[in-house]
Design a protein around this ligand. Structure first.
Ligand code: FAD
Ligand code: NAD
Ligand code: ISD
Length: 430
């Protein structure tokens, strides 16, 4: 049993949605020649909404409102849109093996799907506590957050926990955004993570200090520099407390775990070149097999701005752009230049909102007001006399645009103290 397509997008997340829109805009395929295979039961959606609008206590965002590509202020691609465009959605279908030489995929239902060109957009999976030697994370009140099913479990757990205690494991993006959502849902939060401060992969100590103080005022307690070792459960199997390595017991009506991800590469291990935990691609998003492309969280691609260094990014803007780039490269190879991407990350919690451009390497200088409740502060990273990264909390569209430009141009800095004195004005007047 099998079906044959010219183009197959494997994975139905953010990158798949943006790839579909790019295919539709460019044409170049006929009805029935293009399909998206996704383990998820719904058409591609804006995953960032799951830790933001989806968790609001009042008027939470629900599908179909946040299907791609509304996150980029573009068309809302509903199931009907895919039908109209002649793009087949093969939903609720897990691919269990891939044969790159034969150009076939095998689904869990036993169907073989063949392709001429494959775009791998399998994203990533949340790391489980079991992978750190801690068991029991399948309990009804322990939540991870990667997909809609996880988000529904989290919403249900929150609704039976009002006024209760939540423990958030991990001080990264999921930890910070979920802690904010839990507090907004009137749940008391303790965050537990091993580092000295939150968002260790990006924030400086000074930036982290601001957010931690802000969260503390909102009622969040920080337990840093330690990890959990096990859970206490009641007779129904529900977690009642989290036991830490330092011996403390934290009461818990629910637990949210955000301890990082692994890219979903396993179908292609041994068949395609890998790097940085992802599938290695060139500037066309093409893997070591010329019929196979990889995009989004699973792809490790060269960043021209970083002198061609290969990076695997775990952010939505990168998923959107790499997907569009791959489709352009597939449909019009002669016109396609190598991807030239400026890494861009952002988050929104409570009434705060920050953006970051570039790479957080080099010497850091901070500027602005770190004391206000409606703050406007930032940081520049400078390496070899050039700006490599820029962070800003509380900026407007023009501010962020100006920062992106100074990073993009690798603007020279001759005097660090002058940069510090000027702060945001340095970027705006450039
Ligand atoms: P995904 O969106 O994860 O999609 C992968 C798809 O592949 C899924 O549909 C999955 O089911 C499917 N799949 C995987 N394996 C198989 C298989 N074997 N068979 C069939 N289907 C398969 N980034 C930001 O920049 N800003 C944010 O605010 C932000 N918020 C986020 C909030 C949450 C809760 C999460 C989880 C992530 C957030 N991110 C954010 C990260 C961003 O969502 C990802 O970078 C982006 O989703 C990556 O897109 P992708 O298409 O590569 O992977
Ligand atoms: P992350 O990499 O941001 O953070 C992982 C955190 O896990 C670390 O900060 C650390 O504190 C913690 N940790 C690691 N080992 C631990 C242990 N043994 N015990 C306790 N804590 C431990 O990953 P995440 O927060 O899980 O986010 C998952 C993915 O979702 C990432 O790819 C992220 O980029 C994405 N995401 C992005 C956004 C955004 O860009 N605004 C929002 C939500 C999610
Ligand atoms: O990029 C995003 C983001 O941060 C969201 O919350 O997309 C979603 C929404 O804008 C779509 O509803």
């Amino acid at each position: 049993m099998g079906r044959a397509f010219v183009y197959v997008v494997l994975g139905g997340g953010v990158a798949a949605g943006y790839a579909a829109l790019e295919f539709a805009r460019r044409g170049g395929y006929s009805r029935g020649e293009l399909c998206i295979i996704s383990e998820e039961a719904v058409a591609p959606y804006e995953r960032p909404a799951l830790s933001k609008g989806y968790l609001l206590p009042e008027d939470p965002s629900r599908l179909p409102k946040f299907h791609t590509c509304v996150g980029a202020n573009d068309e809302l691609l509903t199931t009907k849109w895919y039908k109209e465009q002649g793009i087949e959605l093969v939903l609720g279908t897990r691919v269990i093996s891939a044969d790159v030489r034969r150009k076939t995929l095998l689904t869990a239902t036993g169907e073989t799907i063949s392709y001429k060109t494959l775009i791998i957009a399998t994203g990533a999976r949340a790391l489980k506590l079991e992978e750190f030697g801690i068991s029991g994370s399948d309990a009804a009140n322990i939540c991870y957050l990667r997909n809609l099913e996880d988000a529904d479990k989290l919403v249900n757990a929150m609704s039976s926990c009002s006024g209760g205690n939540a423990v958030v494991i991990g001080g990264g993006y999921i930890g910070m955004e979920c802690a904010a959502a839990l507090v907004t849902n009137k749940i008391k939060v303790t965050m537990v993570f091993p580092e000295k401060h939150c968002m260790g992969r990006l924030f400086t100590e000074k930036i982290a200090e601001y957010y931690e103080s802000y969260y503390t005022l909102k009622g969040v307690t920080f337990t840093k520099g330690t990890v959990l070792t096990s859970f206490e459960k009641d007779s129904t199997g529900k977690v009642t407390s989290v036991i830490l390595k330092d011996g403390n017991h934290l009461p818990a009506d629910m637990v949210v775990v955000g301890i990082g991800i692994r890219a979903n590469t396993s179908l292609f291990e041994g068949q395609l070149l890998m790097e940085k935990g992802g599938i290695k691609v060139n500037g066309q998003m093409q893997t070591s097999d010329s019929s196979v492309y990889a995009v989004g969280d699973v792809a490790a691609f060269p960043i021209k701005l970083f002198d061609g260094d290969i990076r695997r990014l775990e952010h939505v803007d990168s998923a959107r752009r790499t997907a569009r780039h791959a489709v352009a490269a597939i449909l019009e190879p002669s016109k396609s230049r190598d991807v030239d991407y400026l890494p861009f990350f952002y988050s929104r919690v409570f009434t705060l909102s920050w953006q970051f451009y570039g790479d957080n390497v080099g010497e850091v200088i901070h500027y602005g007001d770190f004391t206000s409740n409606s703050p406007r502060f930032g940081a520049y990273w400078v390496s070899k006399g050039q700006i490599t990264g820029a962070f800003l909390e509380g900026g407007d569209r023009d501010d962020y645009e100006a920062l992106s430009v100074v990073v993009w141009r690798k603007t020279k800095v001759s005097d660090m103290s002058e940069l510090e004195r000027q702060g945001l004005a340095f970027a705006i007047q450039e």
